[in-house]
Structures are given as structure tokens and as C-alpha cells.
Design a protein around this ligand. Structure first.
Ligand code: PEP
Ligand code: MN
Length: 355
């Protein structure tokens, strides 16, 4: 069945899986064979890998496209890969890759997205657009619109979380409210969640996948590798085909009618609120970690914890920010007092520790 027809099926969840990177002919073929019986609809594998630092594994390039096509011929599974420029698109079309996706690092660049769009103009090729690295809904929508106005194939979105500075629970913060806002802005758009890139580690993948399903997302893209520990990229966030199957069987899939993401109602507002509260708590924790660091600094430099001048300044500036934002003065005063109290407590804890 051509990929376009597979994408037009109403199957939910629609499952995309396969290795982060195509590493060898054998790895691609073995993974495809293992995934065929696990309920996967579309196989993924990166061929050109955008790596954060140089000298990392950057993918096998064009020759790996042949391995994907061979795997497709052997198993019947349609295949998809990431494209970052017009040459990538042309090579994929030339080889017969079924579906393309635009990666998070590419979605941030309107020039690159437009170039990719032009390379698909008038063709019947399905394209998925991952969210940009940073939390910018308009940029994501803009990239989707650029592709939609060029290809004749279906265009879907992939939510893979947003990059944040510092150490956090997730590799990429899910910020579910942005995926919900996208769905509200484009109600006919199919949105897939990529729990691997959100979680960054295997044990967090199931809860992220379940949350995506609870939000009514159309499907999941989960990285899988025949031998995850040995993967050349993203080894910690890939599942073995058996673990993938176990995860898929464990998911609770609720009826679409009742799901919040498709309705502009109280549930969807509450879901957005949940996500924001989660982030507020994460930010408060980051603030307390800084207080600890300050505590250690004061200990090492024999300073006192309470520095009245600094605290007065904090109270004044935050009070003004809150006022400008329209928050009640009493609320913000209570909040600041509590934060200050907790800050002193954790600084104290650090100061009483031995160097
Ligand atoms: C990937 O899917 O392997 C990938 C590089 O994803 P992202 O663009 O979401 O980082
Ligand atoms: Mn990856």
C-alpha cells in the first residue's frame, strides 16, 4: 500500500518506529523485520544526522537510503527519513522514500523550510514537521504552512518537546500546552508525539506516550534499535522491538470524542494549566538550586545568609513585575515571602555542610 494511503487510514495510534540512525544494512533490515509484527505502520531511520557537536556520528548518507528501500521491499513496511535541504529531498524522492520529516533544528529556519517546501512543490509526498527546538508556536505553524502550500501530500506535525537550558527531568520539555494550542489553531492537523526525544531516557518513554494518547494525539514516533545499548546515536532513548511491543500493548487508548485536545473546553484549559504548573514547579526548583549554590559561596567567603539590601531589591523589582503583569499585590507579597523563607532554609542547609 502506498504510504499516502497508509497515512489516510484512521488507525489510531499511528505508530512510527525505527532507529535514530540507519547504521548498517543489517541493522536496518533486522530492525524492519522485528518491527513488522509489532504493530508499526511506518519505519523511521535518520540518514543525515544533525549533531550538536562535531566529530559525532553524522549518519551514513545516501547509501543508507538504499538499505531503507531494501528493508521496505523485504518487509512491506513503508519508510521515512529526515531531510534538511533540497538535495536530501531529491535523493529521497529519487530512491522512493515514502515519507519525509523536517527535524527540530531545521524547523527553526524559515529559509531551510522554504527550500524543502520548494523541493516538494506539486508532488504527492507526505511530510511531517517537528516542532522547532525552542518554544515558538508561530514558527512551528509557519513551517507547517510553508510545507502545506507546496506538497500535495498530507502534512502532519510531530511534537518532540522543547530545548531548555540546564538539567531537567526531560531531555526536551514537553510543554504540552503548545501542542494543544497547535491543535486548536489547526483543528484538522494530525499531531504525532515523539516520546523518545522528549524523554531522553527509556524509562520515561511509557508515561510520555500515555500522556500523548490521553491528550488525543494521533500517534507516536518512538525510536527502536535491534540492540539499543550499541546505538551510535541516542542510545538511551531507543527501545528494543520487544520493549516497544510491550509498551504499545500497555497503552490505554481512549475514545477520541471525549478527548480534550480536540475541543476548546474546560478540560483542555485544565490540561494547559497542568503543564504550566509543572513548569512553575520545575522553575522553582531551579531557583532553589541557585540558592544552594549561593549558600555554598557565602559559606566559602564567610558571609552572612541574610543580606537585607539584596532582599529589599528583590522584593521591589518582583513586586513591580507582578504589578505590570496584573497580579494582585497581596498574592505576590505572600509568594515572595515564602520563596525567601525557603531560599534561606536551603542556603542554611548548604552553609552547615562541610566544605
Ligand atoms: C531524530 O528524530 O532522530 C531527530 C534528530 O529528531 P529531532 O529533530 O526531534 O531532534
Ligand atoms: Mn534521535
Amino acid at each position: 500500500m502506498p504510504a499516502k494511503e497508509i497515512l489516510s487510514e484512521t488507525t489510531r495510534p499511528f505508530i512510527i518506529s525505527g532507529p535514530c540512525s540507519a547504521e548498517s544494512q543489517t541493522q536496518v533490515l533486522q530492525t524492519a523485520q522485528a518491527l513488522r509484527e509489532k504493530g508499526v505502520h511506518l519505519m523511521r531511520a535518520g540518514v543525515w544526522k544533525p549533531r550538536t557537536r562535531p566529530n559525532s556520528f553524522e549518519g551514513r548518507g545516501i547509501e543508507a537510503l538504499d538499505w531503507l528501500i531494501e528493508a521496505k521491499q523485504a518487509t512491506g513496511l513503508p519508510v521515512c527519513t529526515e531531510v534538511a535541504n533540497a538535495q536530501h529531498v531529491e535523493a529521497c524522492l529519487d530512491k522512493g522514500i515514502d515519507v519525509l520529516w523536517v527535524g527540530a533544528r531545521t524547523t527553526v529556519s524559515p529559509f531551510a523550510v522554504q527550500e524543502i517546501a520548494e523541493a516538494t512543490r506539486g508532488l504527492d509526498i507526505p511530510v511531517f514537521v517537528k516542532n522547532p527546538m525552542h518554544a515558538d508556536l508561530s514558527l512551528w505553524i509557519g513551517a507547517i504552512e510553508r510545507i502545506q502550500s507546496a506538497t500535495k501530500g498530507p502534512v502532519w506535525a510531530i511534537h518532540r518537546g522543547f530545548s531548555r537550558y540546564g538539567k531537567t527531568e526531560f531531555r526536551n520539555a514537553p510543554m504540552w500546552e503548545i501542542a494543544i494550542a497547535l491543535q486548536m489553531a489547526m483543528p484538522n492537523l494530525k499531531v504525532i508525539c515523539d516520546p523518545s526525544h522528549i524523554a531522553g531516557k527509556r524509562d520515561l518513554i511509557p508515561s510520555v506516550a500515555q500522556k500523548a494518547m490521553d491528550l488525543g494525539m494521533h500517534g507516536l514516533m518512538i525510536e527502536s534499535h535491534i540492540d539499543p545499548e550499541l546505538a551510535l546515536s541516542d542510545a538511551n532513548q531507543q527501545l528494543s522491538p520487544d520493549a516497544l511491543s510491550e509498551l504499545l500493548n500497555s497503552l490505554t487508548i481512549r475514545n477520541l470524542q471525549t478527548e480534550a485536545i480536540h475541543t476548546e473546553n474546560l478540560d483542555s484549559l485544565r490540561l494547559q494549566m497542568d503543564s504550566i504548573d509543572e513548569q512553575v514547579i520545575e522553575l522553582l526548583n531551579a531557583r532553589m538550586q541557585l540558592a544552594r549554590e549561593i549558600g555554598r559561596y557565602k559559606r566559602d567567603h564567610s558571609m552572612t545568609i541574610l543580606q537585607m539590601k539584596r532582599w529589599k531589591e528583590v522584593f521591589k523589582t518582583r513586586g513591580q513585575w507582578a504589578k505590570d503583569a496584573g497580579l494582585g499585590p497581596e498574592f505576590i507579597a505572600t509568594y515572595l515571602e515564602q520563596v525567601h523563607k525557603e531560599s534561606i532554609r536551603v542556603q542554611n542547609e548548604e552553609m552547615s555542610k562541610k566544605k
